[in-house]
Design a protein around this ligand. Structure first.
Ligand code: PHE
Ligand code: FE
Length: 285
């Protein structure tokens, strides 16, 4: 039941938590790993253990396998260590940032295969719910998926697509795709639906909720234009989960030029988050 800001929230301009004073012009900071307290490492361990009690049979294998290789269970990880392993696997690196960063900078990092990870950890009273993404959401939720070559390529192209969308006035539309895939995406597997979205994977409550049949949320196959045109909820569980059949399908489905999509969608009305169109089938039964 965690709210996770992403690209879309970066423009709202609310006061941000985090130390931006020491950031460079690309919003990069030092992680200062030595400065984390033992209490913060304990809190990380508790968050990690709680998620691991929920994720088997719910998170996709790609996430679980990479997470195990990352050895991140025993306290807040050192970014540089994982970054070296990640670079060897897919050519991505992890950079430390003070918190939310401007869209342009965010897209530039992604386009260059750099994933920004917030350095600070939530407070104990935020165990179940946090307003801004912290190191647990960013590192635990996002980094494992970057070990998957196809997903890693998708993220880079998303960054390039973001820079393009800024030129075309399509940011609102493109942000919905990030939300419904990178943050709240589900994937269909022979064993059933599994989670790959970081917003769910780092959340205490939504892991179970999103895979429970019979809730008021729908689980429908991802259609790119439909997704670009669908509003989302930032302070409740999602009312729609878009399901992919493979990461390759996601990659191939987003290869088209989005310029005509933006043109068309900007003319019309976006769909409410709880829309179910007549030709859509509920996939979680
Ligand atoms: N193909 C998209 C475009 O032309 C860019 C994109 C790629 C967006 C992958 C999202 C993910 O704008
Ligand atoms: Fe996120």
């Amino acid at each position: 039941e965690e709210f996770l800001a992403t690209v879309a929230e970066k423009s709202h301009g609310a006061a941000l938590r985090g130390d931006y004073e020491h950031a460079d012009s690309h919003y990069v900071v030092k992680q200062h790993w030595q400065a984390y307290t033992e209490a913060e490492h304990d809190l990380w361990r508790a968050l990690y253990q709680r998620q691991m009690s929920l994720l088997p049979g719910r998170a996709c294998d790609e996430f679980i396998d990479a997470l195990h290789k990352m050895n991140a269970a025993d306290g807040i990880p050192e970014f540089e260590k994982t970054s070296r392993e990640l670079f060897a696997a897919t050519g991505w690196t992890i950079i430390a940032v003070p918190g939310l960063i401007p869209e342009l900078t965010f897209f530039e990092h992604l386009a260059n295969r750099r994933f920004p990870v917030t350095v600070w950890l939530r407070k104990p009273e935020e165990f179940n719910y946090i307003v801004e993404p912290d190191v647990f959401h960013d590192f635990f939720g996002h980094v494992p998926m970057l070990f998957n070559p196809v997903f890693a390529d998708y993220m880079q192209l998303y960054g390039k697509g973001g820079l393009k969308a800024m030129q075309l006035g399509g940011l609102e539309q493109l942000a919905r795709l990030y939300w419904y895939t990178v943050e709240f995406g589900l994937i269909n597997t022979p064993q059933g639906l599994r989670i790959y979205g970081a917003g769910i994977l780092s959340s205490g409550g939504e892991v179970e909720y999103c895979l429970t049949p019979g809730t008021s949320s729908r689980h429908i196959h991802l259609d790119i234009q439909r997704c670009l045109n669908t509003l989302y909820k930032i302070d409740t569980y999602q009312e729609t989960y878009f399901v992919i059949n493979s990461f390759q399908e996601l990659f191939d489905g987003t290869a088209a030029d989005f310029a005509p999509y933006y043109e068309k969608l900007k003319q019309g009305q976006a769909l409410p988050a709880n829309t179910l169109l007549p030709d859509e089938t509920e996939l979680l039964v």
